[in-house]
Design a protein around this ligand. Sequence first.
Ligand SMILES: [Zn+2]
Length: 237
Amino acid sequence: MSRYFCHEHPEVLTLESRVVDARPGAVVLEQTPFHPGGGGQLADRGVLRWNGGEAVVTGFELAEGRLWHRLATPVELAGAVEVVVDPTFRTMMTELHTGTHILNALVYQQFQGALVTGAQLNDDGTARMDFDLPDADNDRLRALEPGINDLIGQDLPIRYVYVPLAEAMVEPGLIRSRSVAPPPDEEGTIRIVEIVGLDRQACGGTHLASTARSRPVKILKIDNKGRHNRRVKLGLD
Ligand SMILES: [Zn+2]
């Protein structure tokens, strides 16, 4: 996992940058506030602006450690650009992502360390998480909703540390997912997201600065997906 500018500066959604490489319809920037997606989080949306023009950013490609921004028009850019992340979309991803961590923490605590088998945030304000829960009672899962909202209301701070991979592997529960665990960065460390007093786990996504910045969360649906997996769908209220 690369370290992204948005990991250190999640509040910066607009910045002036420079094109360091370009081909028609795509650029690499000196610095970018975009999160390219991954681990279930959708890529940021937004635009690039330059003297006399603007293009929608339609997607990202990581190649040889560089992040290419794909553009909606085949323009070949050079020089200074303004980079603008869509704040509404980012905020929704960040809220949903924080909500999935709280759900995940409660499932881990109340269902004997059950692991995550999949996660996907959606652009309609919903998310799903799949858990390895062969014998769980779906009513017990449904009953987690007030606990999630209570933790949102407690306004727990959220902070980050970087831990060497070998250390992370031996701390129980730090690698929570069987499918979306982030790989280590160039320095061999992984990023740990801590909801203070509740949960620590590896993740490369964007999260709120504290839990009460989220809207309340609803558990919308629980499905059995195969013999082992339970799929919990949640949404922002
Ligand atoms: Zn996360």
